[in-house]
Design a protein around this ligand. Structure first.
Ligand SMILES: Nc1ncnc2c1ncn2[C@@H]1O[C@H](COP(=O)(O)OP(=O)(O)O)[C@@H](O)[C@H]1O
Ligand SMILES: Nc1ccn([C@@H]2O[C@H](COP(=O)(O)OP(=O)(O)O)[C@@H](O)[C@H]2O)c(=O)n1
Length: 235
């Protein structure tokens, strides 16, 4: 088995489990679809964006300047992050603080890309995600984010790019958020995608990655597209 930085590579043959990697832009349905698909398959579910968001929350709590890369990287030593990977027992904690709701606030969405572009932060979290994948005890685990198919689990047997038209993504996200106009939500979402795209490509499918375009699919049809692909691939 190949070894990357002391952690095992997460492929089916190595560990007898089905590793599923899903990437895509904001509002494409990654979290909600991955969680529901994991539930149907009896798999674990890892939301990688929650770690970037929780780190942004932690850095703001400490009053660290978000542009001070050395200070943000130094804070990683005290970043006590915990995530629930059972799709029916999801939680996000930093130390003993439940940050599940706080990390979705617009103030976090507005700054998260600034820490996500720091390469030492990415390297640290990539290892954390791989560690979580290898510690899963279910028959499989779905991990979703921006660089899962390309960096975190490029050897995963099932790799999906989940997309939807910009219009559909904005409409879905703005239906979830109150207190911001549809125009504001759209502006913030497309500016975050533009910033994130400078660091990782989650708009184009890498070789071997299957694109699922959910623009004209409803929520259940999108879940079935993912579940069907996993079942066909992992037999
Ligand atoms: N195919 C779909 N059709 C309609 N709504 C969807 C679909 N997929 C996801 N949604 C809804 O869109 C919203 C954004 O999805 P989410 O999972 O948060 O996206 P992401 O994690 O990619 O940002 C959620 O309210 C979700 O229920
Ligand atoms: N694998 C990942 C996941 C998230 N991220 C960063 O974390 C932010 C929040 O991710 P998210 O998945 O919660 O975002 P949404 O698409 O759900 O709004 C993104 O805007 C990226 O800046 C990343 O860089 N790489």
């Amino acid at each position: 088995m190949e070894d990357r930085g002391g952690l095992p590579v997460n492929d089916t043959t190595a560990q007898g489990r089905t590793v599923v990697a899903i990437d895509g832009p904001a509002g494409s349905g990654k979290s909600s679809v991955s969680r529901a698909a994991a539930r149907q398959l009896g798999f674990d579910y890892q939301d990688s964006g929650a770690a970037y968001r929780a780190l942004a929350w932690f850095v703001l709590e400490r009053g660290i300047d978000l542009d001070d890369e050395a200070a943000v990287v130094a804070a990683l030593a005290d970043f006590d992050y915990g995530i629930g990977i059972d799709p029916d027992a999801y939680f996000v904690r930093v130390g003993d603080v439940d940050v599940e709701a706080a990390i979705r606030e617009p103030r976090i969405s507005a700054v998260v890309s600034r820490i996500a572009r720091m390469l030492p932060v990415r390297a640290y979290l990539v290892e954390l995600f791989r560690h979580v994948i290898s510690s899963s005890e279910r028959p499989g685990i779905i991990t979703e984010g921006r660089d899962i198919t390309t960096v975190v689990s490029p050897d995963a047997p099932v790799r999906i790019l989940l997309t939807a038209s910009e219009e559909a993504r904005m409409a879905r996200r703005s239906a979830e958020i109150s207190g911001q106009s549809a125009q504001e939500v759209a502006k913030h979402l497309s500016s975050r995608d533009a910033q994130d795209s400078r660091v990782v490509d989650f708009m184009n499918a890498a070789d071997g990655v299957t694109t699922i375009d959910s623009t004209d699919l409803d929520f259940d049809q999108t879940i079935q597209a993912v579940v069907g692909l996993v079942r066909r691939t992992s037999g």
